[in-house]
Design a protein around this ligand. Sequence first.
Ligand code: NAG
Ligand code: NAG
Ligand code: NAG
Ligand code: NAG
Length: 441
Amino acid sequence: PVDLWTGRNGTVDPGDQCSCGAFLSGTIFPMGELVQLEQTAVQISQKLELEIIKVDMYESKLTIYMEKVVNLTLVIKMMEDDPDSYSELYIQEVKIQIKQVEALILELQASIQTSSSVLITIRKEITVIIVELTKLETKYDKNLVLVTRREYIKLQQKLDECERRHNEIFNPNISCNHGGISRLSKPIISQLNANLGTGHIYGGWGKDSHPLPGTENRYWYSAATTTVVRYMSVYSDYYKLIMRQAMKTYDLLSPKNWQGTGNNYIIRANTFYYQYASPFSMAKFNITSQTAEYRAVSGASSRFSYHYSDNQNLDFAADESGLWVMYATEASKGKLVLGKIDEAAFALKQVWQTSVYKPSVGNAFMVCGVLYTTRSVDTKTEEIFYTYDTHTQKGLYVSIPFEKFQERYTYLDYNPTDQKLYMYNNGYYVSYHVWFNQNQS
Ligand SMILES: *[C@@H]1O[C@H](CO)[C@@H](O)[C@H](O)[C@H]1NC(C)=O
Ligand SMILES: *[C@@H]1O[C@H](CO)[C@@H](O)[C@H](O)[C@H]1NC(C)=O
Ligand SMILES: *[C@@H]1O[C@H](CO)[C@@H](O)[C@H](O)[C@H]1NC(C)=O
Ligand SMILES: *[C@@H]1O[C@H](CO)[C@@H](O)[C@H](O)[C@H]1NC(C)=O
């Protein structure tokens, strides 16, 4: 009877046959939300296309201005060599031309700056949506989200390319011909890890820093719920990484126990460099031959981990000049020691003593022979606070703040092949574009 129903709010009388319909909205797939996200993808795509057209324009304008500068430089040189042959009128004309080029370049810089902020906004929008898609994917059937996710992967790749070209306008020669890091981009959130586990907070991801020919597009990922390093997956490209379709997953416990610890590994020339669990040493797992070997690091102590995670005693890094390992010793009283590894001999060939206390450091990485160390500013902000230049053997306290995705991260490394920083942040794949000072300092 109806009044029995309403009066009892759906409870069942003992012996009665009636039952209540459950409120199902929590488990029904929110189609409306997905349609909305697809429409947003179209809008973002249009905005992005517009920015790509602009970058084309900036590049061609820049080429013309450069040519003008070269022409004027030649004229000035001729005038200097033979000052008497040029009339005052001609000199005035050249001066006006110089002023004009200067004005054009300033105008171009302003436009590029505006475009940069548009790209940052687009990046933010995409990031929010990727997090939203991941939520949908973990809660419902992930196949329903597949098409939309593909759209966003494409958008992300287009945006990456657009940002890279922007970066190149400011830094035409991406090599070590710069004065060090000036700033980092906003965090680029790719997605939650392949284990789809928010408990997998210990891990890392990235690309080979010196790929064998034909493997340039590969990505790798490793993570666990503890600091143990056991599984490592390789993906043929970014798309496969995002679709969580590994080419192969390697197990460092089988057939032999080659397990590691500390999650501060990298892949270089198809070799996985990591901290061996026992005995405490540096190790390399050759992915081609699938064999591991380890070497003790003279003086290295296992007492000084980084701030965010345990067992991070040997941190591997790679830059334009090769392979590095960061650690601390009892003799250094916990201050960070930097070692350059001879890859062929798998041995340290030179070490530098820095003045930064390793446990105060969030993480560290190398760019062009310079060590960069980070620390927490607040729950949303991290900063590069100390650098050590191996060429001048000088340490420097600096402040280059950057935004974190979430408070804790266990992995940060630079990759010289694409000048990006790869961070593993609370289970998410995060990366940053790196901007350099133009002049060699
Ligand atoms: C039924 O639910 C309403 C609203 O939650 C509440 O005010 C009322 O006391 C409930 N009745 C019974 C019998 O539990
Ligand atoms: C630079 O000089 C060359 C040769 O005089 C000329 O052909 C060219 O148009 C000039 N370029 C610009 C951008 O003024
Ligand atoms: C760019 O780098 C190349 C070699 O890597 C060098 O020859 C060239 O002079 C550099 N150009 C500028 C503008 O620095
Ligand atoms: C890895 O193994 C392959 C095949 O045995 C070998 O050619 C290569 O030199 C090894 N790489 C390193 C870094 O030891």
